[in-house]
Design a protein around this ligand. Sequence first.
Ligand code: SF4
Ligand code: SF4
Length: 235
Amino acid sequence: MKRREELTFWERIYLPEVLKGLAVTNYHFFRNLTLHIAHAMGLAKAERAAATVAYPDERKVYPDHYRGSHRLTLREDGAVRCTSCFLCATACPAQCIYIEAGESPDPHVEKYPVRYEIDTLRCIYCGLCVEACPCDAIRMDTYVHPRIWGFDRKDFVETKEVLMHRSRVLAEKGRDGNMQEMLEWYREQEREVYNPERPELKTYTERGRPQHLRPAPAPEELPAVDRHHVAPGGK
Ligand code: SF4
Ligand code: SF4
């Protein structure tokens, strides 16, 4: 970056730089617009036009090294590999790992996590927990992104069962299976929560629905206004 005294007169008055920026923006806007119209008419198909992804209905393919979510790895017998040494929780800069240790039923292992939870709202996805683990019990090679919506803080806390389940799905269905399962789960939640046929979910639905989407209260439910009331002092 140039220092102020190195700037030319034209750079110092900013206007030509602003116009240059606008020219670039307009060039891309009109180029894309023209190409999308041409594509709709079956022309210039070889020329690629920029398009935004209609998230969450469409998703980009994640890169191979994508590290979006944790999992707890398993032993051959399906038990959790973690030995509750707390090194990951100690290394975590966001202090979002909660572990409760218990005596392991396996005589060869001293401890195991009775509870292992990650608060993904606090996690900064730095991977230090993975590096700190001496027995490869936690990994972030799941190829899925963190949970994107929920109605409560607790919806974003990943439990030991969730973290172990991810390892099982990964082993059985591969990375794409892992992603598919998560997307299917999102769709299920949406269907359930916004299902008008399920009155027992109403409280949950109303709580979860954004304010502007909630139905207006029926007129009789509105508090009655006492129009004859005169406040003290006549105001
Ligand atoms: S990725 Fe970083 S912030 Fe998240 S749980 Fe691991 S150590 Fe903590
Ligand atoms: S995940 Fe690894 S570092 Fe964390 S408590 Fe378990 S064994 Fe220790």
